[in-house]
Design a protein around this ligand. Structure first.
Ligand SMILES: [Zn+2]
Length: 364
């Protein structure tokens, strides 16, 4: 058994200012963000004020959209090379953090293309990475993963110990600006990470301990936060829950619900966390048939698997209207069957069962 989490994580309100010298990991920074969230949350201003204090020059690349593409990370690499940046500060939700990780590897290995990221044998160095999350869902601030959307539209993750951030700052003050929908969809992403972690064939004693606390915190604080969006204490609980869930998947990886959800995000535009969490009860039920001991933590917290489903339903994550054509079902099923996620999911899965899962979620 192994527990490995090499990121230095500072958490709590104003943690950047209390540990500002730790942010200086080079002589020129590329700050990677989306268009708005880094700015409106106040995180960008805080980072820039620290860089200015230490007289560290920086370039700000703010073109990372949701579900980052090859184009976005290639552009970031080109800017970082041209400007001779030697460390990355990624601020935002999962997309800027994941893009920042890709840019850190591509800049340090300038002959590589984004396709090369998916084989970790191709590189053994990356620029140092600092992350400042402004959502509480992906846990990317403590994981060795980054997810990119390939030119063929397929969403795929790559993994390397080199992209564990060196330093992350988890400050709940940056999260109070999230609206209700984003709060919900990111929190259920965190919930998916924790639940998939306990169901995974790769679950460990350590990952289960972290996952249990993560699920408990989400169960207790997500409903409260949704009606008190600016309560920073509740935000802190969800930030910690999401972070613990990130530490879980850093050990276990994600399983079937993530693979099922990626297709819905890309083809139907449903946000990642929601697209994933809608499958959790179906997969938990399936795992329960083969490895009932794996669902014990869910039952301890929610009482029954039915109650777990009801909790999700009451949050409104099934309130959407989508249908699938036969061609879509065929495509999604083939992609899911060939994904790595399915191998780590207890149970027996064939094309028929995967198609049934897609059909079921349209009828809830
Ligand atoms: Zn996720």
């Amino acid at each position: 058994m192994l527990y490995y989490m090499p990121t230095k994580l500072y958490y709590g309100q104003k943690c950047i200012f209390e540990n500002k010298e730790e942010m200086i990991l080079g002589e020129k920074a590329i700050i990677v963000t989306g268009r708005n969230s880094a700015k409106v949350t106040g995180a960008l201003d805080d980072v820039i004020s620290v860089l200015k204090e230490y007289r560290i020059p920086y370039i700000h690349y703010n073109e990372i959209g949701e579900n980052p593409t090859y184009e976005m990370v290639i552009k970031g690499k080109e800017i970082a090379l041209k400007e001779e940046c030697d460390f990355v500060i990624a601020i935002g939700g999962g997309s800027p953090m994941d893009a920042g990780k890709a840019i850190a590897v591509l800049t340090a290995n300038s002959d590589l293309t984004p396709d090369d990221l998916f084989d970790m044998e191709n590189y053994d160095v990356a620029l140092p990475i600092v992350t400042v999350p402004t959502t509480s869902g992906t846990g990317s601030e403590v994981t060795p993963f980054a997810v990119l959307t390939k030119p063929n539209g397929r969403k795929s993750g790559f993994k390397s110990d080199l992209i564990f951030p060196d330093v992350s700052y988890l400050d709940p003050r940056y999260m109070v600006k999230m609206n209700k929908e984003l709060t919900l969809t990111t929190a259920v992403d965190a919930l998916s990470h924790a639940v998939e972690g306990i169901l995974s064939k790769r679950a460990t004693v350590m990952s289960d301990i972290l996952a249990r606390e993560s699920i408990r915190l989400i169960y207790e604080y997500l409903p409260k936060t949704l009606v008190n969006l600016d309560n920073v204490e509740y935000r802190e609980k969800l930030a910690i829950a999401s972070n613990l869930a990130g530490m879980v998947i850093a050990q276990t990886g994600t399983i079937l619900p993530h693979s099922l959800g990626y297709r819905i995000t890309i083809h139907k535009g449903i946000r990642h966390g929601q697209a994933t969490a809608i499958f959790l009860p179906l997969v938990a039920e399936e795992v329960d048939k083969y490895s009932p001991e794996k669902t014990k933590i869910i039952k301890d917290i929610f009482g029954t698997l039915d109650n777990f489903f009801k909790f999700l339903k009451d949050l409104g994550i099934y309130d959407f209207n989508i249908t699938f054509t036969d061609d879509e079902l065929e495509l999604f099923t083939n992609e899911v069957m060939s994904s790595a996620h399915i191998k780590n999911t207890p149970g027996v899965y064939d094309e028929k069962k995967i198609k049934e899962m897609y059909t079921k979620i349209t009828k809830i």
